[in-house]
Design a protein around this ligand. Structure first.
Ligand code: FES
Length: 149
């Protein structure tokens, strides 16, 4: 078990109720929960890895893949969806060679979809890191991505 995980685990008792708080701490520390961390947690709490994945799938906050250097969030709320959000997402999946929830091999981009970014009048909307891009088109998005290393 890697040392930092041990440090996190030792702050918690071995009760199964501690699973969610432990997952939250691991994610806070590393930005995601690695397969190795799940193994460590499984041993510590004496619950199976499958149970850990199963329980945590109810919580949208947990991610199990390493985040990219830049996060790309495509809005697929109703307004964005009808104005081309799904096409943007498809283009990104094809262009970056990943599915939603995954990170590119070079760790440059992590791709996600979100339900609504709260600016429907500007749809379709894409958020890259903290910046919101409105009325996005495939061409503009392709150009925009070139600015991120
Ligand atoms: S649906 Fe996309 S911002 Fe609301």
């Amino acid at each position: 078990m890697p040392e930092p995980i041990r440090t996190i685990l030792e702050k918690h008792s071995r009760e199964p109720d501690e699973l969610i708080p432990i997952l939250q701490d691991v994610q806070k520390e590393y930005g995601y929960i690695s397969a190795e961390s799940v193994k460590g947690i499984s041993k510590y709490l004496r619950i199976s890895e499958n149970t850990i994945y199963g329980v945590s799938s109810f919580y949208a906050q947990f991610r199990f893949t390493e985040p990219g250097r830049h996060s790309v969030k495509v809005c697929l709320g109703t307004a964005c969806h009808v104005r081309g959000g799904a096409t943007l997402l498809e283009m990104l999946e094809r262009g970056l060679g990943v599915h939603c929830g995954e990170t590119t091999e070079d760790k440059r981009f992590g791709l996600e979809r979100v339900a609504c970014l709260g600016c429907c009048a500007l749809s379709p909307v894409v958020q890259i890191d903290k910046e919101i891009f409105s009325r996005m088109t495939v061409n503009r998005l392709t150009e925009q991505l070139k600015e991120y290393e």
